[in-house]
Design a protein. Structure first.
Length: 289
């Protein structure tokens, strides 16, 4: 059976599975001669002529992309059925991309962050967006809550925020690695409009980004060592490890630790302890005022 005939058979089978009530049509009662919807009812729902729809079912005409889109709605096709419809019609490339759901932090990730009191940690999502952080990460990097949500991205801050950029002693190495990880994201979903906007803005704002982006370097390394120069506690050498969530959400937990007994370990403890006291001090100041 050729593709037009297979497409017609699928349309016929699908309309037989629907009832007028499901599609918001009046029920004609027990006098219906066919199971499911009639051809003219599908044509009405899809805003096409009965003759054109009849020829589609008979395999005598090739469906256009706009017609497939309206048939998808008229026949109430799910994701798998939509893929099958466009495949039968030979128009897989014309299928509208599914809108990506908003990134939502997994509760387990939030609990992990809250339990890491002296360990800076971030949850990174798609495009290396920063979805969540703990107080220790605020102490090390910046107050992420003060960053606009559409700018709360690890790569964006690394290239565009002077304070974040300035604290990386090996900024070029760290920036190139982050860019290479973002390049991997682009390969996985090249049509992501949010990623395209992020890359476009960074190419305009940061000349280095544009130069390195053109190199097409990619990396999947989930660990490494970072060298920081913090304005409060000085130089820090921290091990950076990331763990992917097992649920397929693409969320990653990024954790920064120091070797116990090292100067960096002591400095990190001082930094996080001092920062943890700030909310209480600020509250006391407000009460006094």
């Amino acid at each position: 059976m050729n593709s037009p005939a297979r497409l017609g058979a699928f349309l016929k089978a699908r309309r037989a599975q629907l009832t007028p009530q499901e599609c918001g049509l009046p029920d004609a009662g027990s006098g219906r001669r066919v199971a499911g919807l009639r051809r003219e009812e599908v044509a009405r729902l899809a805003a096409i002529s009965v003759d054109y729809y009849t020829r589609l079912e008979q395999g005598r005409v090739r469906a256009s992309a706009p017609v497939l889109a309206t048939l998808t709605r008229a026949l109430r096709l799910d994701e798998d059925q939509q893929s099958y419809l466009y495949e039968l019609a030979g128009r897989s490339d014309d299928r509208p991309r599914r809108r990506r759901p908003a990134q939502r932090l997994r509760p387990a990730m939030r609990r992990l962050l809250d339990q890491l009191t002296h360990t800076p940690a971030l949850v990174l999502g798609e495009r290396l967006d920063i979805l969540a952080w703990n107080q220790a990460a605020v102490a090390l990097y910046t107050d992420f809550s003060a960053v606009p949500p559409d700018r709360r991205n690890y790569v964006y801050l690394l290239f565009s925020d002077p304070a974040v950029r300035g604290m990386h002693r090996n900024w070029e190495h760290d920036a190139r690695d982050a860019l290479a990880a973002l390049r991997m994201e682009a390969a996985a979903d090249p049509d992501d409009p949010h990623l395209a906007r992020l890359v476009g803005e960074l190419i305009v704002q940061a000349p280095d980004f544009g130069t390195w982006w053109a190199e097409h370097r990619v990396v999947t390394a989930a660990y490494g060592t970072k060298q920081y120069r913090h304005p409060l506690v000085g130089d820090l050498t921290l091990d950076c490890d990331t763990w992917a969530s097992p649920d397929g959400s693409g969320q990653r937990l990024m954790v920064l630790t120091a070797e116990p007994g090292s100067a960096s370990h002591d400095a990190l403890r001082i930094l996080t302890s001092w920062t943890a006291q700030q909310p209480a001090r600020n509250t006391a100041k407000r009460r006094t005022a």
